[in-house]
Design a protein around this ligand. Structure first.
Ligand code: ATP
Length: 353
């Protein structure tokens, strides 16, 4: 029986609360499928910076490199900042260090009661954002801030390699789904985006069965709200992906329903799309579904028949629990707490196994 070594980085705010529920669900998978997990927790985040002066200890990064996969809760606290004024974001450092270039963010509606849009039924909002994770506007994030200067510039960096590999990952996904791949850009104004589009178009020719299109980011924001059903796979630069994946999450109930995978050619890290949500931390009301679905994405990425089986069990349990409007967490307008939601998903998984 295969044992997977999983580095667990619970992090800050609601991170430990939602991670605990994902681990509970993964333990239930062990009982239902022929696989085992060796979970080991590592320190990381703004809290770790306050304790030891480094938000990403070298031992934590090495553990992520050595593990079969990493499961992460959430990082960062609004009051803990670098001298530049920016927040601690070790998850971004891990993406860069492990070359996790594809931020894969599925947006799926589990029940119409979750969506602020009227008239959409389960499964009718179903698209995936591929966020480029290692360059774009975020390439400037380590610039020093010149508080006494009259201006500050951040440079948006697109490389041929970076654009081509994220485009290829998106096209591969579109081949497996409904066959539409949309580049979201601002190529009418920014030369870096015209360049991204040029590279995307070249990659598109490798995928003759996928329909490729371009939509400007401003129009994409409009269409995502007015007609989200038209999208299948969307690929975009880092900052656009950061913003539009929150918009996507909003369409299906909020950040608590939005899982993500940060994957490269060698390593994979799985975390909810949300941050540490300090406004609700410690109250037991965070929605753990995004983290639980991220754990399912982890199993799919690990591959192998038993891991796929485990992922399918998690997905079916989440669909069953979230398909019942009696099971709403407070972010969805209900009263089911973090632990109760985790327990309901475990119960559904166990009864189906
Ligand atoms: P980051 O920039 O680090 O991604 P953020 O500043 O975008 O973080 P989040 O921490 O994602 O902010 O929180 C955004 C909003 O979503 C907050 O109102 C927060 O309470 C809510 N939220 C985030 N995650 C969850 C969750 N799991 N359950 C319920 N509400 C959540």
């Amino acid at each position: 029986m295969r044992t997977y070594k999983i580095a667990v980085l619970p992090g800050d705010g609601i991170g430990p609360e939602v991670t605990r529920e994902a681990l509970r669900v993964l333990r239930a998978v062990e009982s239902a499928a022929a696989l085992r997990f060796e979970f080991k927790e590592y320190a990381c985040g703004a809290g770790e910076y306050l304790r030891n002066g480094d938000p990403l200890p070298a031992a934590t990064l090495e553990a992520c490199r050595a593990a079969d996969a990493t499961l992460l809760g959430a990082m960062g606290l609004p009051d803990v900042r670098w001298p530049s004024g920016t927040e601690m974001a070790p998850q971004l450092d891990i993406r860069e260090q492990l070359d996790l270039y594809a931020g894969v963010r599925p947006i799926y509606l589990y029940h119409e009661a979750h969506s602020p849009l009227k008239g959409y039924r389960t499964g009718e909002i179903d698209f995936v954002i591929f966020r480029e994770n290692t360059e774009g506007m975020f390439a400037s994030r380590k610039n020093a801030t010149q508080f006494d200067a009259e201006e500050q510039c951040d440079t948006l960096r697109i490389t041929r390699k970076g654009a081509a590999r994220i485009a290829r990952a998106a096209f591969r996904e579109a081949e497996k789904r409904r066959g539409l791949c949309t580049l979201v850009d601002k190529a009418n104004v920014l030369p870096s985006m015209a360049y991204f589009r040029h590279v995307f178009d070249a990659v598109a020719r490798e995928f003759p069965t996928v329909r490729a299109e371009h939509v400007y980011v401003d129009a994409a924001s409009l269409y995502l709200v007015k007609n989200p059903r038209r999208f299948d796979v969307l690929v975009m630069e880092n900052l656009f992906g950061d913003i539009l994946s929150d918009l996507g999450a909003g369409l299906v109930g909020g950040m608590g329903m939005a899982p993500s995978a940060d994957v490269g050619d060698e390593h994979g890290l799985f975390q909810p799309s949300h941050g540490s949500a300090p406004d609700i931390a410690g109250q037991g009301i965070a929605n753990p579904v995004a983290t639980i679905l991220s754990a399912a994405m982890m199993l799919e990425w690990l591959g192998g028949e038993e891991a796929q089986h485990g992922a399918a069990l998690i997905r079916a349990a989440v669909a069953k629990v979230c398909g019942d409007p009696a099971n709403l967490t407070p972010d969805l307008g209900g009263t089911v707490g973090t632990v109760a939601m985790g327990e309901k998903i475990v119960a559904a998984l166990e009864s189906a196994a």
